[in-house]
Design a protein around this ligand. Sequence first.
Ligand code: OXD
Ligand code: MN
Length: 582
Amino acid sequence: MSSQLPELNAWIHTYASLTEADQVHWCDGSDEENGRLVKMMLDTGDLMALNPSSHPNCFLHRSSASDVARVEHLTFVCSKNREDAGPNNHWMDPAEAKAKMDALYKGCMKGRTLYVVPYCMGPIDSPLARCGVEITDSPYVVINMRLMTRMGAAALARIEREASFVKGVHSTGDLNPDRRFIMHFPEELGIQSFGSGYGGNALLGKKCHALRIASWQARQEGWLAEHMLILGVENPQGDTHYIAAAFPSACGKTNLAMLIPPEGYREAGWKIWTVGDDICWMRPGADGRLYAINPEAGYFGVAPGTSAKTNPNALAMLNDSAIFTNVAVTADNQPWWEGLPDGVPVKDWQGRDVDPANGPAAHPNSRFTVSAKRCPSYTAKAEDPQGVPLSAIVFGGRRESLVPLVFEARDWKHGVLVGAGMASETTAAATGAVGVVRRDSMAMKPFAGYNFGDYFAHWLSFDVAGAQLPKIFHVNWFRKNAAGKFLWPGFGDNMRVLEWMIQRVEGTASGRVTAIGTLPDVGELNRNGLALTDADLETLLAVDTLAWRTEVGAIADYLEEFGERTPQALFDELEKTAAALL
Ligand code: OXD
Ligand code: MN
C-alpha cells in the first residue's frame, strides 16, 4: 500500500531503506488489524492476557526494566538557533542530531516490520486538530496509538487532503539506555526517537507532538498547546462551565479530571464531565472566548494510587479493553497496583514472585491505556469539532506551606505571571529529596518546545481588545499543618473550590482582595458535610505577607533566567504584587 501523497510515500521509502525493514505495513486502525497485532504479541509474549472474566480484552505488557519512564536528560529540542530552544530545553544542533539518529536508525529494523501509523490529534473534522504520521517498529506502540489518537484510514484521508503532517520516526532499537534519544525538530515538524518503547518516549502523538511540536506550531499559528486537563462542571440548572487545569506530575490531574462531586452536590444535581486529562489545545473563537479540545482520544494514566476512593471513574473504565504496562498481577491474573485495597499481588511488574525486598509490586510509573469513551464521566463534547469554551484556567502545584487553597489572579497578565511562577515540591518517590521547590511554568517545563521567555510572551499576546479570556486561578490541594497532616481533604471535595471559581465567573461571589489575588471571603466556600475546623480553613486561606515577599524574590530570580526574552510585563506584574505586599 501507499498513500496518494507523494511526499509521504517518499518519506516512508527513505526510512524503510535506511532501517532495512523487512516489510512495511500501513495501519488502517481497524478492529481486525488490532486483533491480528494483539494475537501476534500474545504469541511472542509481548502481551499477556489478563483475567477474561474480570478484565475482558485487557492485556499486560512488561517493558524492559531500564525503560520505564520519560527521559528528560535524553530529550532535545533541535531548533536551528540554540536560543530558540531556551534554557528550559536541552538543545542539539539539528544537523548533528540527524547524523546521530541516522547512524542509530541504519539497519535497525532488519527482521522487523515498519508500521506506518497515520493519526489525528483532536476530533477528525476539527479545525483545531492537527495530524501526524508515526513510523515505528513496535506493535505495542501501534495498539497504544490506536487508543490514544484517532488513528488509521480517516486520519490518512485528512493528511492527504491537507498535505501537511508531523513526521515522527520511532524505533525501539536494542533498548540500550546509552543509545536512547528523543529529538524534536520544530522548524520541520519532525520527531526522531530511538531506544525506548515506553510511553512519552515512544507514543509520539502525546508529549512529543501534542506538546513540544504543537506548542511551537501553536505559537506560529496563534493558539496554545498546554499540559492541561479539561473538565465540564454542570450546575443543577443544566449549564456547564468548562475549566482547563495545569499541574506538574503527581498532583492528581487525572483524579481532578474525573472528579465525583460530594454527595450533597450530587443530590442537588451537580455533575462533572471529563473532556481530557493531560493535554489541551485552545484557540480564540469568533466571540473572543478561548475554545479548547483534548487532542487525545484516550488516557495513559499512572495506575498506582488509582482506587475506588481516589478515582472511582478511572477504576470503572479499566475493567474492559485496557492495556496495562508494568503493573503487578494477582493469582487469578487480575491487574494490581499499590493503593488498591483488595487483591494480593503474586507477580511483580517484572514477572518475578512478589518480594517486598524488590520494592513495590507495580512499578511506581506503571500505566493504563484506555479509550476516553470508557470513562463514566465521558462527554460527547470531547468530539465537538469547535471545542468547548473555557470559563477558567487553573494552575496548581504541591506546596505544603505558603500557597493558599485557591486564589484568583487580578487579570490575564497577572494570571500569566502566576502560571509562569508556579512551582511544586518534589516527592520522595520521585527524587528522594522531599520538599524541594521546583519552578515548573504552566507545568510545561519538560514539554514546551521553545524558549520559555517567548512562551510567556505568546501567552500575554492573547490579551487583545475584544478578547473574552477565561479567569485564571491558582490552587494548592497539598497544604499541611504543623504536624505534617494535609489540611484539605482533596479528591471529590475539590468540587467546593470549583464551585467558588464558577461563582466568581458568574459574579455571585465577591471574594476577598489580597496582595496575591482574590481569595474566598469568609463563608464563601461551601463547607456542608465537611469536617474542617475554622482554624484549618483560616490557615488554608491565609496570605503570609513576609513569606510571600521571599516568594516574589524567588520568582523574579527564576524569570531572570530567560534573560531578555522574558517579557517586561511579567516583571511589572511582579512589581505590583511586591508593592501590595509592603
Ligand atoms: C504524563 C506525564 O505521562 O506528564 O502525562 O508525565
Ligand atoms: Mn502529563
